[in-house]
Design a protein around this ligand. Structure first.
Ligand SMILES: Nc1ncnc2c1ncn2[C@@H]1O[C@H](COP(=O)(O)OP(=O)(O)OP(=O)(O)O)[C@@H](O)[C@H]1O
Ligand SMILES: [Mg+2]
Length: 321
């Protein structure tokens, strides 16, 4: 990724619209990612995230709008797009007849990497993602999560100027997810522009420089995690664990909004109503309506839910990936 030229390698999507018949899967999406920046794209199922990233590498053609990387027009020049961009698709990579390390090295070399440098980087990635015990295992015998990590190593052993990762953490266990987030951050630190699609709002918050929320094909919010949360400053999240089988308790007037997922009811209240909130929750515990409660600062997930009306972790997303 070292390049001494002064060219501006900013990735730009300008007014990208993609329609499938009557459906506007992307609606005038405009965003920029500078070299070294990790940019998260969040949004509910069917929001248009994969549609957008597929257009970057020429798998789909925009109905209108432009996608450029530095001096290159990625729509008119799909060969340049494939050369300059690395892409981890949402679906698993077809690597059945290859061994893990072998396919990581091969992909890095196909992407133009020097053989010795790619081997070295492949070995580092295998170690840093802690998948060494499977490095000589055939693709057909790899578990879903390990296959995902191998896919990540394949596309990043010799990364492009833009690295596109479509839900890279799916199926990966919590400890290796943490290792993966470190590697994603490192891609940015080494100078790639990283476009990261994820449902994992809370983990993304810690690793991205900026993020956008997309809903029904449109970008509805963009900024740094803290700028997106700033509108929620002064608000608290009061979480109630409802006793299984009990209905959602009636909300007092000071509750600004609430969502229920399973037995977990998340309410948002003003910080100044914290004492009221705790008093109410204690009363509900006493009445046997809830088992427990917690009061905490709002997170990016609360912002996400407020803006999209969806919870961030939709179990069907992982099941279908
Ligand atoms: N080839 C296609 N033909 C017709 N409709 C499509 C096609 N690909 C995607 N769509 C539709 O476009 C919309 C956006 O789909 P997309 O795959 O981009 O969503 P997503 O944000 O990636 O969702 P998820 O989080 O579930 O992966 C959906 O309504 C989807 O059904
Ligand atoms: Mg998708």
């Amino acid at each position: 990724m070292t390049d001494s030229t002064a060219a501006d390698w900013t990735f730009r999507a300008a007014n990208v619209t993609k329609t499938f018949g009557d459906l506007r899967a992307n609606d005038a999406v405009t965003l920029e990612i500078r070299p070294g920046e990790v940019y998260g794209l969040l949004g509910p199922n069917g929001a248009g995230k994969t549609t957008l990233v597929k257009q970057v590498i020429g798998l789909l053609k925009p109905t209108s709008g432009s996608l450029t990387l530095g001096p290159y027009d990625l729509v008119d020049d799909p060969d340049a797009a494939r050369q300059l961009c690395s892409y981890l698709p949402q679906a698993q990579m077809p690597i059945d007849s290859f061994k893990a390390r072998q396919v990581i090295v091969l992909t890095g070399m196909i992407r133009g990497g020097d053989a010795a440098a790619v081997r070295k980087r492949a070995d580092e990635l295998i170690e840093e993602l802690d998948i060494g015990e499977w490095s000589e295992t055939l693709g057909t015998r790899l578990s879903g999560g390990v296959k995902r990590l191998v896919g990540f190593a394949m596309v990043t052993a010799w990364p492009g100027r833009v690295v596109i990762l479509d839900e890279p953490t799916n199926d990966v266990d919590p400890r290796r997810r943490r290792l993966l987030w470190q590697q994603i951050r490192r891609l940015g630190d080494q100078g790639s522009s990283v476009l990261l699609v994820t449902h994992n709002v809370l983990e993304a918050e810690k690793s991205v420089d900026r993020l956008a929320i997309i809903n029904d094909g449109r970008l509805i919010a963009e900024g740094t995690p803290s700028s997106l949360k700033s509108e929620d400053r002064g608000r608290m999240r009061l979480q109630l664990m409802v006793v299984p089988g009990r209905p959602t308790p009636e909300m007092p007037v000071f509750v600004e909004n609430h969502t229920r997922v399973g037995n977990n009811v998340m309410t948002v209240i003003a910080e100044t109503d914290s004492a009221h909130g705790i008093g109410w929750a204690q009363e509900l515990v006493g009445l046997g309506v809830i088992e427990e409660y917690a009061l905490a600062a709002t997170t990016l997930e609360d912002v996400y839910i407020r803006l999209t009306g969806h919870t961030s972790e939709d179990p069907t997303a992982e099941a279908l990936a």
